[in-house]
Design a protein around this ligand. Structure first.
Ligand code: NAG
Ligand code: NAG
Ligand code: NAG
Ligand code: CA
Ligand code: CA
Length: 641
């Protein structure tokens, strides 16, 4: 494939070229499957103070970058004498560390690629003239922020927006809530951001200092984080750029993307940084969206996320917002372990007339959508802050969508600071709207699940509605405890025929009578192992006992893997939210291929996550047509059965 085949390929190459020294290695092996960084995870035999760990590091010619996830026994060492990435492990360095009597293990960290979602070449613009006085925010770019208030400007559909003014009108603007932008840095001196910058919660993990300022490049490549930050928390009525969704909230900068290769330790430390000062972490990046990657959080990063949702925000749980991916119809975000995680809120995008954007991926783990660029005019992207005090109207991609969601969640958290990470997901399901969102290609329709919740494979439960979410957040009562039920598994070698489907089923009582009984679903995971002569031609469909069919894997025509297949990969669906899980679940495995293929299904485990007690029972129903009213009624009928 030529290197300029897709914008994402270009992006990867450009990014690497800004790191000339390493670029050549990378182009030779773009999968980075066997690259080793100069970072080591060092596990000690006992707990150590950082000063002690410093001495050990020094003794062996390493620098101690600090503890991993605030552990006392795990530290992050770097060896500056090694290149940032090379294709061979350094056995001698590992041995040297392991020979230390205090050290239990030392693991050289692989380097891998994580790319920003939706980077477009820069267009520097001048401030536009103030158009006319408004009762809306007076900021000069506000009229361009159709995603905040869509009046039909630039060919958009009036009222197709985040409905934020309805939240602001309730006195909610994000006060005392912090969103961390995990990205390529934030221009915290920007006049529209500096008063909302939370320095205490910020850090630069790319260069290990407290100042996450973007690294300068001629093409302003590192403008991504600053643009995302402005969407959340640009200030109101100051005559500069536009306003953030939560314009009185704070942003923290976590600089972690701008380095030649990502490591597990940098990701983990970023996602676990100051979890009691940071409420929401927003990520607009992920594994390469080339439609053939299957990748996700590695060990330490996974632990960081689990710790964040269980212990962050003093026990209420951090909110991780994820851009679902820019791989277009060739990719499936269920192959992206960050977007597909239950612990992240995966956000897709729509454009200003209600269609999905052409770069949108689809998958059953997407919870909801916000907005990216305009339909016709390339200048009607997301208007926001840009590097060096500038403003832009061309920010786009699912990159642009995720921070809008972070802003809406900041509003919900101000409205009710007792909300847990799960409350945020329930509120999202109950208040997102179909509005006028539609699939530009007519493939994916809006469908009702078994308890009357409408979903779409592209958009999840619809577009976020800040006004509705804040109103419901104010009366919210925390949902009942969550249980994890291992509902059953099928483990047998079954040939996948070239033309027909393999149908498998699991009949479950959803752990009835056990301490892990689930009666009201949240997330469902199908953990699957299979292989095939062409992984990208395999499609998977999971059907719930109430008849909801989720496409948990769609065709990815670029994925020609014939070796790895899927090994215990956790495909996730949100589409059965609120349903009752007892009964028979079916999994359909089939090829969607022009040429004959073969393969073997090996294993499927069904994991049900949700509550034993009905949620929402203590909430008053104010609108009988609301989703809350519909689901509550369904649950009431059920609980009498
Ligand atoms: C602001 O949030 C912090 C926790 O993030 C909390 O401890 C503090 O009480 C809050 N302050 C106000 C004024 O709500
Ligand atoms: C991480 O690795 C440790 C030690 O190898 C293992 O015990 C643990 O289960 C792993 N955790 C995750 C989340 O993969
Ligand atoms: C898949 O696994 C089966 C059984 O383990 C093996 O025989 C086969 O060669 C593998 N590869 C493909 C492409 O089917
Ligand atoms: Ca402003
Ligand atoms: Ca992807």
């Amino acid at each position: 494939m030529p290197l300029s085949a897709s914008p994402r390929t270009r992006l990867t190459v450009r990014w690497l070229l800004s790191w000339l020294a390493i670029a050549l290695i990378a182009l030779g092996s773009p999968s980075s499957a066997d690259l080793f960084s100069n970072s080591f995870l060092v596990r000690f035999k006992r707990d150590l103070e950082p000063s002690e760990a410093h001495l050990v590091a020094e003794r062996h010619g390493f620098v101690n970058m600090g503890p991993v996830l605030r552990s006392k026994s795990e530290y992050h060492f770097v060896n500056r004498a090694l290149p940032p990435a090379r294709s061979k492990r350094s056995i001698t360095h590992t041995r040297k560390l392991k020979s230390d009597p205090l050290i239990h293990t030392a693991i050289q960290q692989p380097g891998f690629i994580r790319v920003k979602r939706g980077y477009k070449p820069l267009k520097v613009e001048n401030l536009v003239k103030n158009i006319q006085p408004h009762q809306d925010p007076s900021d000069p770019y506000f009229p361009y922020q159709w995603y905040l208030k869509n009046t039909g400007q630039n060919g958009g559909k009036a009222k197709l927006d985040l409905n934020v003014e309805a939240a602001w009108a309730q006195g909610i603007t994000g006060k005392n809530i912090t969103t961390a932008i995990m990205d390529d840095g934030v221009d915290y001196m920007h006049p529209d951001l500096k008063y909302n910058y939370n320095a205490e919660a910020s850090f630069d993990f790319s260069s290990n200092d407290p100042f996450p300022y973007p690294r300068y490049t001629d093409d302003w490549f590192n403008s991504h984080g600053t643009r995302c930050a402005g969407e959340v928390a640009a200030a109101r009525d100051n005559g500069i750029c536009g306003v953030g969704v939560a314009y009185d909230s704070k942003i923290a900068g976590i600089r972690m993307l701008d380095q030649p290769y990502m490591t597990d330790l940098i990701e983990a430390n970023s996602m676990g940084h100051e979890p009691n000062l940071i409420d929401i972490y927003s990520a607009s990046w992920g594994p390469t969206d080339d439609g053939k990657t299957v990748d996700g959080p590695r060990n330490a990063t996974m632990r960081a996320i689990v710790k964040g949702v269980n212990e962050g925000r003093n026990g209420l749980g951090n909110i991780y917002v994820w851009a679902s991916g820019d791989g277009g119809e060739d990719d499936d975000c269920n192959c992206d372990g960050y977007a597909a995680s239950m612990w992240t809120v995966s956000i897709n995008s729509a454009i200003n007339d209600g269609q999905n954007a052409h770069y949108d991926e689809s998958c059953s783990s997407t919870l909801a959508s916000t907005f990216s660029n305009g339909a016709k005019d390339p200048n009607t992207g997301v208007a926001t802050t840009d590097l060096y005090g500038k403003c832009t109207t061309t920010h786009s991609g699912t990159s642009a969508a995720a921070p809008e969601a972070a802003g809406v969640f900041a509003l919900a958290l101000e409205a009710n600071n007792k909300l847990t990470w799960r409350d945020i997901q329930h509120l999202t399901v109950l208040t997102s709207k179909r509005n006028s969102l539609f699939d530009a290609k007519g493939r994916f329709h809006w469908t009702m699940n078994g308890v009357g919740l409408e979903f779409n494979h592209l958009f999840g439960f619809g577009v976020l509605d800040a006004g509705a979410m804040v109103a419901l957040a104010k009366q919210w009562k925390t949902v009942p405890p969550r249980y994890h039920c291992e509902a059953g598994s099928v483990s047998e070698l079954r040939q996948i025929p070239s033309k027909d489907s393999v149908m498998l089923s699991i009949t479950t009582n959803a752990c009835k009578g056990d301490s892990t009984e689930v009666r009201y679903l949240e997330h469902v995971q199908a953990v699957i192992t299979l292989n095939s002569t062409r992984r990208g031609d395999v499609e998977l469909f999971l059907t719930s006992p109430m008849g909801t069919r989720s496409m948990i894997l769609s065709r990815r025509q670029n994925d020609d893997d014939s070796r790895d297949g899927f090994s215990k990969w956790p495909f996730m669906t949100t589409h059965t939210w609120g349903e009752y899980p007892q009964g028979t679940w079916t999994l359909e495995v089939k090829f969607n291929s022009e040429t004959p293929q073969s393969g073997f299904f090996k294993e499927w485990s069904l994991m049900l996550h949700g509550t034993k007690d009905p949620p929402y029972t203590e909430l008053p129903v104010l609108d009988p047509h609301s989703k809350l009213a519909i689901v509550k009624k369904a649950h009431e009928v059920r609980s009498k059965m």
